[in-house]
Design a binder for this molecule. Structure first.
Ligand code: NAD
Length: 505
């Protein structure tokens, strides 16, 4: 007789699958047969095995993308036809919504609510670019009479797209949708920790009518496969989302062949709460700003500056509500904060918090590795609020990438702006104030690519997303992204009745 636990394990085993890479329209195993194992960070259980790419596999993927771009028909399709295919990709994703959400939760340990929002956004990204590409075109420019000049937008070519583990499907959509809308071919490399939904997206692209070789998905190590793609002479553009140190290496490698690059990197985003803010909204928005996705967001508002006159009132409510945040089964609709991606990340977060305490910081809430009931083998960290910090501390300067926020007081607008800008990063920022003139004045002085005024959300399809300073460059999720996957060709003609003889010979 089997026990309930054995039945559970059997059911779990049935869920396990093997995921192939996608190269030239085929599902392929890695050339050595080696695999990557994907574990559920919420439980520590195996989710699936995934083909592991070697450099040979990456080479085949680049060759396929090159051939599809140079000799294939995708970039020659009328724009309306490419647009239709993008809409079809979105429609298939929508029809597989629950499956994509479930896999995203299993692969990342994020809460159901977070995964649902992110899968929805990934779908809407394809819909957005299906529309945007129709209006993406060159221009006719003013030139002296009898001359004529127009520009054409041409796809840049083969794009290596390298993405992180924190929003696996959404990051894949941010990359693939604009690139193929323009007519490029791509080799997408998801993070080894979370490759599943990127692979499924590759399959969906084929099913929707994207020709073989246009979207290739290779799964393997960043330092080996990612770097191989970045250095490859047949790759024309690298679009990277990930940490700032890896972004710097990529920029250095890509410079050897002057590849086009887009870098979406780390952040340490400030949130400023002025004395005239709606305190409840500011508290709720600030909780979401740091604890959404367990703080594993590049634009997590991890530095909170509160005006000294409302500091106590704000903090009482902020701490009270933070204590109510629920960790636990990510599939439970009541769970607010999901798991941490793996043991390394968990230890890194804990080390930051421990070091801060040694330097004199006060942990007001959290500060510990958590063990939610039934999820003791997973990776969890308590939502953590830290006060009594200063700008010399690592916890204030560096990206923790976990559910940890530092809080400080400020006395006036000038000081708030100075503190907010005192960072190497410049991705997100938030301002909480009922005074529209002040909010706009401060927004204009913040050195960041994204400013949220009385708003907990950083982006929707159509709003530019990207950083200043060491948060990278290039904007994704918006119309101008299409230009980052295009070359502009200028065509200048002469239509005068007399031949031109500039040398007068
Ligand atoms: P990471 O830099 O370690 O890895 C990102 C990707 O790069 C992975 O696919 C990895 O395999 C690959 N990679 C690693 N080393 C490489 C190399 N030498 N050459 C080529 N590729 C390489 O980042 P991560 O830990 O996966 O993700 C977290 C980071 O991503 C955080 O810093 C976060 O802020 C950032 N992020 C930024 C944005 C944004 O839009 N700005 C969005 C999400 C995440």
């Amino acid at each position: 007789m089997t026990t309930t636990r054995e039945n559970e394990i059997e059911q779990e085993n049935m869920k396990r699958e093997f995921y192939h890479m996608i190269i030239n329209g085929e599902k392929v195993k890695g050339s050595t047969g080696e695999t990557i194992k994907s574990y559920n960070p919420a439980t520590g259980e195996l989710v699936a095995e995934i083909a592991k790419a070697t450099k040979d596999d990456a080479e085949k993927a680049v060759e396929a993308a090159r051939a599809a771009f140079d000799t294939g028909k995708w970039k020659k399709f009328p724009v309306g036809r490419r647009s239709n295919v993008l809409n079809k990709i979105a429609a298939i994703m929508r029809s597989r919504f629950n499956e994509l959400v479930e896999l995203e939760v299993l692969d990342t340990g994020k809460s159901l609510h977070a995964a649902q929002g992110q899968v929805t956004q990934a779908i809407e990204d394809f819909e957005f670019y299906a529309g945007a590409i129709v209006g993406h075109r060159g221009a006719v420019n003013n030139v002296p009479g009898q001359f004529h000049n127009y520009t054409e937008k041409e796809p840049v070519g083969v794009c290596a797209q390298i993405i992180p583990w924190n929003y696996p499907l959404m990051m894949a959509a941010w990359k693939v949708a604009p690139a193929i809308a323009v007519g490029c071919s791509v080799v997408l490399k998801p993070a080894s920790l979370t490759p599943i939904t990127a692979i499924i997206l590759g399959e969906i692209c084929l099913e929707a009518g994207v020709p073989p070789g246009v979207v290739n998905v290779v799964t393997g190590s960043g330092s080996e496969i990612g770097n191989y793609l970045v250095e490859h002479h047949n790759v024309d553009k690298v679009a990277f989302t990930g940490s700032t140190p890896v972004g710097k290496d990529i920029m250095a490698s890509a410079s050897q062949s002057l590849k086009r690059i887009t870098l979406e990197l780390g952040g340490k985003s400030p949130s400023i709460v002025f004395e005239d803010a709606d305190i409840t909204s500011a508290v709720d928005g600030s909780l979401f700003g740091i604890f959404y996705n367990s703080g594993q967001s590049c634009e997590a508002r991890s530095r909170l500056y509160v005006h000294e006159s409302i500091y106590d009132e704000f903090m009482d409510l902020f701490v009270e509500k933070a204590k109510k945040l629920k960790l636990g089964d990510p599939f439970n609709k009541g769970t607010h904060v999901g798991a941490i991606i793996d043991q390394n990340q968990l230890e890194s977060i804990d080390n930051y918090v421990q070091s801060a305490q040694k330097e004199g910081a006060n942990v007001l809430v959290g500060g510990n590795i958590a063990k939610p009931e039934g999820h003791e083998n997973g990776f969890w960290y308590e939502p953590t609020i830290i006060a009594n910090v200063n700008h010399d501390m690592e916890i204030v300067k560096e990206e923790v990438f976990g559910p940890v926020v530092v809080v400080m007081k400020f006395k006036d607008e000038k000081e708030a702006i100075q503190l907010a800008n005192d960072t190497d990063f410049g991705l997100g920022s938030a301002i909480w104030s009922k005074d529209g003139a002040r909010a706009t004045r401060v927004a204009n002085q913040i050195q960041a690519g994204i400013v949220m005024i009385n708003c907990p959300f950083s982006a929707f399809p159509g709003t530019p997303f990207g950083g200043y300073k060491q948060s990278g460059f290039g904007r994704e999720l918006c119309i101008e992204t299409l230009d980052l996957y295009s070359e502009t060709k200028s065509i200048l003609s002469y239509y005068g009745s007399r031949p031109l003889n500039p040398f007068g010979l």
